[in-house]
Design a protein around this ligand. Structure first.
Ligand code: B12
Length: 159
């Protein structure tokens, strides 16, 4: 008799995990099956997104816009390398500093120069707002709908 009672109690305790008995069955199983919940919702936001890279040079009066794709979380360094691999009309050169990372030296054959006080300024456009980056391409992680601008201009002092 005692064995029957224990067996019954064990079976009743297992019901929620077997998906049986009562209206809360599904939610009781969810944590074990890893269905639903916030992780699944955010999974929908992963994957590649499209973005634009604009190369502008006021001296040569040129302005070229490239369309490319970026992976969520990928730094601009990876995005620019992907753009170059998929579109060989875009190319760039860089110098690695062991302090701040990767510095863009030249774009499409035009190099910055300390003698001429020129450099490739990096900017980010979201909607109608354009801001200079506060970090280089190795640290900047672009977001969906961002336009990344490489602007050949004269050096201005910044700290
Ligand atoms: C001068 C300077 C510049 C000059 C450098 C060339 C020159 N003619 O001297 C110019 C104007 C080109 C410049 C550009 C940029 N800079 Co600057 N720059 C400085 C500054 C004021 C002094 C650097 C220096 O001379 N150090 C002394 C020398 C002896 O040391 P060094 O290691 O040899 O210095 C070199 C590197 O620092 C390099 N460098 C300069 N800026 C940057 C930025 C990055 C991302 C990298 C990898 C290297 C790098 O150039 C220096 C001279 O060769 C520092 C601030 C500071 N007080 O340190 C900011 C600073 C290094 N720059 C900074 C930034 C953000 C930029 C830009 C990304 C700005 C932008 N939105 O475009 C761009 C780089 C864009 C690109 N093409 O990749 C930040 C870096 C922050 C970070 N965590 O990454 C700093 C710390 C300013 C700040 N407080 O925000 N910069």
């Amino acid at each position: 008799m005692a064995l029957t009672v224990i067996s019954f109690l064990c079976f009743a305790a297992l019901l929620p995990f077997l998906g049986l008995g009562g209206p809360d069955d599904c939610s009781a199983l969810l944590p074990f099956l890893r269905l639903g919940g916030p992780d699944d919702c955010s999974a929908g936001n992963q994957g590649p997104f499209s973005m634009e890279v604009t190369v502008t040079n006021k001296f040569a009066k040129t302005n070229i816009t490239y369309s490319t794709t970026a992976e969520v979380g990928m730094p601009m360094f990876g995005v620019l390398n992907h753009l170059h691999k998929t579109n060989n009309s875009f190319n760039y050169t860089y110098i690695i500093y062991d302090t701040y990372g990767i510095f863009v030296n030249g774009v499409n054959g035009v190099n910055g120069s300390t003698e001429n006080n020129t450099y490739w300024q990096l900017l980010s456009q979201k909607g109608s707002t354009i801001k200079p980056l506060s970090v280089g391409i190795s640290c900047h992680i672009p977001k969906k709908d961002e336009i990344f601008i490489m602007n050949f201009t004269t050096s201005s002092c910044h700290i």
